[in-house]
Structure formats: structure tokens, C-alpha cells
Write a protein that binds this ligand. Structure first.
Ligand code: ATP
Length: 357
């Protein structure tokens, strides 16, 4: 913990919450609807790589007119910390203003409760590489929603928001946030926010291989559009259709459903069956933008991975290992080649309070 964060945690009421990263075992994309969104049908699994957010009440901040301030450090001992130290990840990629998803989450809780922002310090301990398709920013938002909700209820006597209310606030912050609140495994529909929890009884051993450079999610969708004959302009997180072209567009095609076979394979934790069923429609666009991902995907399978895929919109690549020992062996093999790799286990619990005081 940094000195400033330690002081805040020691002298002000603080609640710390954590939330998991994710990967998508299935990600089917449909063509965009007139409002610009690509309808998805995805199979999320949460992994035990967790972001931590400590939320502290500091009334002096409110007096100075700054409602919520955020500080960030790499999670001590995490692979992300080593990536920052060796220069393959940059803390500077994380915004420290009101565009930070944890800050937006804190402000959303206050707005929902109808209270002025009381003066909040948010301290993020990041374990999830930024812009990697693992949903680290969304995990920060989910952890902040949970931490701030409990902090305000415990120390200011506000009404605790329900899980449904937090889900709705999360969906307004980002498509992955509701799943980070829920955790486990779930089908996501719509933009990914309509969740149906599914069974995942056995542990999956996964290895994430982050890349030195991030991939912008809008750029990957723009490439998907180009490959699928969809004319449009991408702006921010959504594809904005040119109105004249929208009129000429056929109605958007629905994404393929998540199959019963893949749900059954996940329920039983069957790595060999999952290998044949994992599918990500954003993989080809991501590989088009970063061709070296194709080589890495092949290489992981040569090393013995059951299957590999681009995680979400990439560029992190995820491999499924048959056993925990295999996963550790891949981490070692990648490490000897100079690549940072992280062994994780899925499924993992959703956002939860870790400590309160
Ligand atoms: P997604 O697939 O949802 O885009 P991702 O895992 O690829 O997620 P994130 O790590 O969530 O990517 O970061 C995406 C961008 O969000 C970053 O480039 C950064 O500018 C912005 N951002 C806002 N808040 C945060 C945060 N708390 N942590 C990391 N990035 C954040």
C-alpha cells in the first residue's frame, strides 16, 4: 500500500472489496442493430485473478470540492506488478480522473441514493493487465460498487442497494460489469448484461498470456464489421451507423446461441470436450490487427495446451491446461521464452467485501 493509501485506510472508515477478471469460453457476435450495438451471446467464466478496491470516507475531500479521488498500485506480488517493473505494462494507461471506472461506479452509487458525494478515496490494487480483454476495468467498477455501497450504508446509514440495483448501475458502466458482480459462469446476452448463471462444478486450469500492447475493443469490432460486410463508423465503445446506410442495411443478424454441448462440457469441467467447443467470433478480427497472436496460439498448443483462444476482444491469449501441473509447466515454458504468463483457476466468485473497518 502506498503511504497516502495507508493513511486513508488507517484514519478513515474503509471497506475493501474484490472482483474477478474473466474470459469468454464462447463469444458469438451478431451484426449491429440500429442503435449501434452488436448483440452478443457469450459464455463468461470468472477467474481467480482479482482486482481490489478500498473505499474510504474522507469528509475533508468534500469540503475541498473534490468528491472522489482515486489512486492505483499494482497488486503486491502479482504478475502485473512484475510487468510494471519490467516495463511491459504501464500504470499510466489507467485514468485517474472521473473516467476511471471505479470513480464512475462510486459516483453512480451516490447518485442512485440521491446523496451528495461525501468525499471518497478509492485505492485500486490491480492484478489484471489493462486493455487485455480480461475485463480489469470492469472488475474495478464491480468492486467499487460493492465497496462504496457497504461503506455508505455502514457509516452514513444509507439504504443498502440491492443486488438488482447494483446490476443495473453496473450495466450502465460497462457490458462486463454485471458479470463481475455475479462471478462463477454465466451466459451473457444483449450487450452481455442479461445474465443467466450456469453450472460449472469442476475447476478449469487456465493460463493467460498478456501482450505488451493493448487492443482497443472498438477497433476489434470495427474489424469484425469490415469482415462481415457491415458499413459503419465506430465511436467510443459502440459502432455508430451512418443513418443513410442503416436504412439500406438488412436487419441485424442474431448471434448464434451458446450450445447445450458447451454448457454440458463446462458443467463437467471436461477440458477435452471444451477444446472442440471454445469459439470467439472476435478472434479473427483481433488476429487480423495483431497477426503475431496466431503464432502464439499455435505455439501454446505445441507446448501441450488443450486449446487456446483470444480472451474477449484481446489481445490476451488464454490457454486451457489439462491439469494444474500442466498450467504451471506452461507458465515456466513461456517464462523461459521471455513471456509473462499467469496461471489462473475458473470459476471464481463474483465481487465481494474482503474487509470493513
Ligand atoms: P474490455 O474488454 O471491457 O474493453 P479490457 O480488459 O480489454 O476490457 P480494461 O483493462 O478494462 O480493458 O481497460 C480498458 C480501458 O478502460 C483502458 O484503456 C483505460 O483507458 C480505461 N479504464 C477506465 N477505468 C479503468 C480502470 N479502473 N482500470 C483500467 N482501465 C480503466
Amino acid at each position: 500500500m502506498t503511504g497516502a493509501a495507508a493513511t486513508a485506510a488507517e484514519t478513515h472508515p474503509t471497506v475493501t472489496a474484490s472482483a474477478p477478471a474473466k474470459t469468454n469460453l464462447v463469444l458469438h457476435v451478431g451484426s449491429p442493430t440500429a442503435d449501434g450495438y452488436h448483440p452478443l451471446e457469450t459464455l463468461f467464466v470468472a477467474v481467480d485473478l482479482r482486482e481490489t478496491v478500498s473505499a474510504s470516507l474522507d469528509p475533508a475531500l468534500a469540503l475541498r470540492g473534490s468528491g472522489a479521488v482515486v489512486t492505483v498500485e499494482p497488486a503486491p506480488g502479482s504478475a502485473y506488478e512484475r510487468m510494471v517493473e519490467e516495463g511491459t505494462a504501464r500504470l499510466a494507461d489507467i485514468p485517474l480522473d472521473e473516467s476511471n471506472l471505479a470513480v464512475r461506479a462510486a459516483l453512480a452509487v451516490c447518485a442512485e441514493l440521491g446523496i451528495p458525494v461525501p468525499g471518497l478515496r478509492l485505492h485500486l490494487r490491480k492484478a489484471v493487465p489493462v486493455a487485455g480483454g480480461m475485463g480489469g476495468g470492469s472488475a474495478d467498477a464491480a468492486a467499487a460498487l460493492v465497496a462504496v455501497n457497504q461503506l455508505l450504508a455502514s457509516h452514513l446509514g444509507t439504504r443498502p442497494l440491492t443486488a438488482e440495483e447494483l446490476h443495473r448501475l453496473g450495466a450502465a458502466l460497462g457490458a462486463d460489469v454485471p458479470f463481475m458482480l455475479l462471478g462463477g459462469a454465466a451466459i451473457g446476452r444483449g450487450t452481455g448484461t442479461e445474465l443467466e448463471p450456469v453450472a460449472a462444478h469442476a475447476r478449469l486450469h487456465l493460463v493467460f498470456v498478456p501482450q505488451d500492447q493493448g487492443l482497443s475493443t472498438p477497433a476489434v469490432y470495427r474489424q469484425w464489421d469490415a469482415a462481415n460486410g457491415v458499413p459503419g463508423l465506430t465511436s467510443g465503445d459502440r459502432t455508430v451507423m451512418i443513418p443513410r446506410i442503416v436504412e439500406q442495411q438488412p436487419a441485424g443478424t442474431a448471434p448464434d446461441p451458446v450450445s447445450a454441448e458447451v454448457l454440458d462440457a463446462l458443467a463437467h469441467g471436461s477440458a477435452p470436450r471444451l477444446a472442440a467447443l471454445v469459439r470467439n467470433d472476435l478472434q479473427a478480427p483481433a488476429v487480423h490487427l495483431l497477426p503475431e497472436l496466431a503464432t502464439l496460439l499455435e505455439h501454446g498448443v505445441e507446448l501441450g495446451a488443450v486449446v487456446g483462444w483470444v480472451s474477449g476482444s484481446g489481445p490476451t491469449v488464454c490457454f486451457l491446461a489439462a491439469t494444474a501441473e500442466d498450467a504451471q509447466a506452461f507458465v515456466g515454458a513461456f517464462g523461459r521464452e521471455g513471456r509473462r504468463a499467469l496461471a489462473v483457476v475458473a470459476p471464481a466468485p463474483g465481487a465481494r467485501v474482503e474487509s470493513a473497518g
